[in-house]
Design a protein around this ligand. Structure first.
Ligand SMILES: Cc1cc2nc3c(=O)[nH]c(=O)nc-3n(C[C@H](O)[C@H](O)[C@H](O)COP(=O)(O)OP(=O)(O)OC[C@H]3O[C@@H](n4cnc5c(N)ncnc54)[C@H](O)[C@@H]3O)c2cc1C
Length: 371
């Protein structure tokens, strides 16, 4: 089985083509692997081909004009939904299913569909009685799901071309950025004023996300601003941030002197936390991102305890594993969720398709419980 980046190097091998290989590797890493939520060397060629052949949803980006929760609320209409009900143990047999919660509550059912992220199964958050068969355990371990980190930055002014939406940045701190613009009036119900109406989102996955997770959040934002300054500012030299910065007039080292707030989720960092040097703020032409920055935050998906990562990717040596993961247990426990889709993996379509598939598996059982 070949890794995707080995495959690139086999086909383009010698002499002056070497710089081209590096460029191609960088581009594939930023465009292809980062979008799959992983690094290039984690992608399997066979799994990528299977994914590409099964993708039937076209190339159009669908951008919601409302939060994702509105989709969930729509689908959940008329259903009885229990929130804050974390499953800790699944007991199953020919009689049916018992779900035990972490608070000691029990729900009894004829059938259950389990749609938790594969990381929850990998980390043994849910135990099974009887234990999962070996084929299922092997499948769980072979499907890869990495971390994803989003950097959200709000600006008081737009400093990019008006029609710009998405930029893939090869060999950069942020491999991809996209733009979101909100209306100037905002109907915030919690009384908080929006930080700025021009939002840039930076997206990192795989090893890049792992490296960013080890940095203090303020440093992640500093490096992101530095990249945007370099991309959009009129500077002749590389727009590196100096390692030092000033906070309330005192010179500090951002890697050591600023308390690391990354253990808390979704903390908003203002200009003071990020330590933007005063001379940068005064130079909107050369350093527009630093000058117009209002505040931002870093969302680290590994720290969301019920998700523990981004989404699964076409993983090396995982061929067939998604079928094994989707296999029901004693025709009582069924599996859904994007990780169980044999074709399209890391997206909403996969999640919805597999929910339908699992529901139809239960509906197609005859009264004796045969599939
Ligand atoms: C940063 C990021 C960007 C993305 N961008 C896109 C995009 O642009 N387009 C797109 O289509 N997809 C995108 N995705 C992927 C998309 O969000 C997922 O593919 C989709 O949410 C998977 O759905 P799912 O139902 O399989 O899993 P999830 O949506 O993760 O749902 C699993 C549910 O299980 C619950 N759970 C976990 N443990 C337990 C437990 N012990 N007991 C009870 N419940 C539990 C969780 O709370 C969660 O509600 C993105 C994902 C990330 C992280």
């Amino acid at each position: 089985m070949l890794l995707t980046y080995q495959w690139l190097n086999i086909f383009i091998v010698e002499g002056p083509i070497i710089p081209f290989i590096s460029l191609l590797n960088y581009q594939c890493a930023a465009i292809y692997a980062n979008d799959f939520g992983c690094s290039l060397k984690q992608l399997g060629v066979r799994e990528c081909i299977q994914e590409a052949q099964n993708w039937i949803y076209g190339d159009t980006y669908l951008i919601l004009d409302r939060p994702m929760s509105s989709v969930v609320d729509f689908i959940a209409k008329g259903l009885q939904v229990h929130l804050d009900w974390a499953v800790q143990r699944v007991q199953y047999g020919t009689h049916g299913v018992k779900l035990h919660s972490s608070d000691g509550l029990i729900v009894t059912a004829d059938y259950a569909i389990l749609a938790v992220p594969v990381t929850i199964l990998q980390h043994g958050v849910i135990t099974f009685n009887p234990p999962l068969p070996k084929a299922k355990l092997d499948a769980i371990q072979s499907i890869g799901m990495n971390n994803c980190v989003k950097v959200l930055m709000a600006f008081s002014d737009r400093f990019w071309p008006e029609d710009m939406f998405d930029v893939v940045c090869t060999n950069c701190f942020l491999p991809e950025i996209w733009i979101t613009q909100y209306p100037s009036t905002s109907n915030h119900t919690d009384g908080r004023a929006p930080l700025g109406k021009f939002i840039v989102v930076g997206f990192m996955a795989g090893e890049v996300a792992a490296a960013a997770s080890r940095l203090p959040e303020a440093e992640v934002i500093r490096r992101s601003l530095s990249q945007l300054d370099e991309m959009f500012g009129q500077v002749s030299q590389k727009a590196e941030y100096d390692r030092s910065g000033y906070c309330h007039g005192i010179k500090v080292d951002p890697l050591n002197d600023i308390p690391d707030r990354s253990k808390d989720l979704h903390n908003f960092l203002t200009r003071d936390h990020v330590l933007i040097p005063r001379e940068y703020v005064q130079c909107p032409r050369s350093r527009p991102a630093s000058a117009f920055f209002q505040g931002g935050c870093v969302v680290n998906w590994e720290k969301e305890s019920f998700v523990r990562g981004g989404y699964t990717y076409p993983s090396l040596n995982a061929h067939g594993a998604r079928f094994a993961l989707a296999e029901p247990l004693q025709k009582r426990v069924f599996f859904a969720g994007e990780a169980t889709h044999p074709g399209v993996n890391p997206c909403m379509q996969a999640a919805i398709d597999t929910g339908r598939r699992a529901a139809s598996e239960i509906l197609s059982l005859d009264v004796s419980g045969r599939l």
